[in-house]
Design a protein around this ligand. Structure first.
Ligand SMILES: Cc1ncc(COP(=O)(O)O)c(C=O)c1O
Length: 492
């Protein structure tokens, strides 16, 4: 296979050169009505914003250039089958779950998953057996799940249809997947991995192994997050025979638009080519930038960067920087705000950490801007002169599941509404919600990991955590009036 080629992108280029007249969608007809300023930004992209016209194949039944591009991607990422996704890893997680679970089936899954995994369970009508996260003592962050817990869950629920893990998490912390894949396969079920943040894994010796290399059967990657695709561009890879690829394709056809974006798919093709041809060298360049940043930050002792947890089974993505103020002056949210006021927009924050994503495209120039911003923040808040708190302090109060849950149903919104069940939802002050079941999904965003799903019992610990998040200015999805100190719950 010629990895130097980008068949889908090349085909779009050649169509553009033919200068055909468009009597098909999209209605913008290659951007003919753009004003000059709009043209500057969108004009070029609209030139290749085609649809499934003759010669451009069909994402839902690929047999031409899209098939060729997906075959090249499968070879590059070492999968048996690769599916292009135009609705991010979200579509991939939904499809993987729908492909393995029917109503009442059990999926063994971490509690700390992206909302798309919980939505997949809802759509499938499947039950979750939630695994508690391991906690890194130093940082207080979740650090994967323990193989022992997975084994216990499999022993207790041998009828489970699959195990689904996130690797790595938003902070770059991951789990060694090889032994887990072996364990899960001993039950003849697939290991599914949400590798949304790890599409670059396996392309350089300083990066952790990819989930596919470790033996995972279904792997979802946001090519747009850590590689170079346009936003929403992602891939679902499958290997082995534990996932039925016909069903996967059918699920994707149900979930994805019938008008997939050719610019997004072409960017997936180009991203694959970049990795196949220059991957190691590009990653090495990005690593240079992030290593330089880490080195310079060593002088600013009032800040600390979260290190790889000491636990054996964990791994760390060097491109993810979770950094915090050791003097306790600035919360993660405050640090984020200060960095942003100095022109450095960052991925997210939590009460303690500001989380910064580098990538293979990061440059030394980017790192220099960031260092300059940190120096100014340090000076403005006089951090150098302040006393350091304990070398590493764990102020994260995120409530943690501590044991393996019993099989849990996650209801679709309509199945828990008033009309269908007669159970009324009511609005209460957050402090009064302890012991109630949440009627809303409460999702600090980013990272998009729900603190509460509908039906989950609200504990005192969760209330405390919510109050802390709100006080520190966290943004939420799902909960309508959380900033008014209100939450929707079911009557006891
Ligand atoms: C762990 C994880 N999985 C899945 C997703 C969804 O990815 P996408 O935005 O590509 O749909 C995200 C998004 O942030 C994520 O953090």
């Amino acid at each position: 296979m010629d990895q130097q080629r980008a068949p889908l992108f090349e085909k779009l280029q050649s169509f553009h050169t033919k200068n055909t007249a468009s009597f098909h969608v999209p209605g913008h007809k290659f951007g003919q009505d753009l004003e000059p300023m709009e043209e500057l930004f969108l004009g070029q992209v609209m030139q290749i914003d085609y649809t499934e016209i003759t010669g451009l194949d069909d994402l839902h039944q690929p047999g031409g250039v899209i098939k060729d591009a997906q075959l090249l991607a499968a070879a590059c990422f070492k999968a048996d089958h690769t599916y292009f996704l135009v609705n991010g890893s979200t579509a991939g997680n939904l499809a993987m779950i729908l492909a393995v679970c029917q109503r009442e089936d059990i999926l063994i899954v971490e509690r700390n998953v992206h909302k798309s995994v919980l939505h997949g369970l809802m759509l499938a009508g499947a039950k979750a057996v939630f695994l508690p996260p391991c906690i890194d003592e130093d940082s207080g962050l979740a650090a994967g799940v323990s193989p022992a817990d997975i084994e216990s869950a499999l022993t207790a629920y041998p009828q489970a249809k699959a195990v689904l893990l996130t690797n790595p998490n938003y902070y770059g912390i991951g789990t060694a997947l090889r032994p887990i894949a072996k364990l899960v396969h001993s039950y003849s079920i697939p290991l599914l991995v949400d590798e949304a943040h790890g599409a670059h894994y396996g392309f350089h010796s300083e990066l952790p192994e990819s989930a596919l290399a470790c033996g995972a059967d279904g792997v979802v990657q946001s090519t747009h997050k850590m590689l170079t695709a346009l936003t929403m561009g992602a891939m679902l890879h499958v290997q082995g025979s534990l996932l039925d690829t016909d069903i996967v394709q059918q699920c994707l056809s149900m979930l994805q638009t019938s008008s997939p974006s050719y610019p997004i798919m072409a960017s997936l093709d180009l991203s694959r080519r970049l990795m196949a041809v220059h991957g190691t060298e590009k990653i090495a360049n990005g690593l240079e930038a992030v290593k330089w940043f880490r080195q310079e930050m060593k002088e600013m002792t009032s800040f600390a960067i979260v290190q790889k947890p000491l636990m054996d089974h964990t791994s760390m993505d060097p491109f993810k920087i979770a950094i915090f103020d050791r003097t306790g002056t600035l919360s993660g949210y405050h640090l984020k705000q200060e960095l942003e006021e100095r022109g450095c927009m960052i991925e997210m924050a939590d009460p303690k950490h500001a989380v910064l994503f580098f990538s293979l495209s990061s440059t030394r120039g980017d790192s220099e801007r960031l260092i300059a911003a940190f120096r100014r923040i340090s000076e403005q808040f006089g951090l150098k002169k302040k006393e350091l708190q304990r070398v590493i302090t764990n102020i994260n109060t995120i409530p943690r599941l501590t044991t393996i849950s019993s099989p849990t149903t996650l209801n679709l919104p309509h199945s828990i509404s008033n009309q269908s069940t007669g159970i009324a939802a009511k609005t209460v002050r957050i402090k009064d919600s302890v012991g109630c079941r949440s009627a809303e999904m409460v999702i600090p965003y980013p990272p998009g990991i729900p603190l509460l799903y509908p039906g989950e019992t609200i504990t005192g610990e969760i209330v405390e955590c919510l109050q802390q998040y709100i006080a520190l200015g966290a943004l939420f999805q799902g909960a309508k009036a959380i900033h008014l100190d209100q939450i929707q719950v079911y009557n006891h």
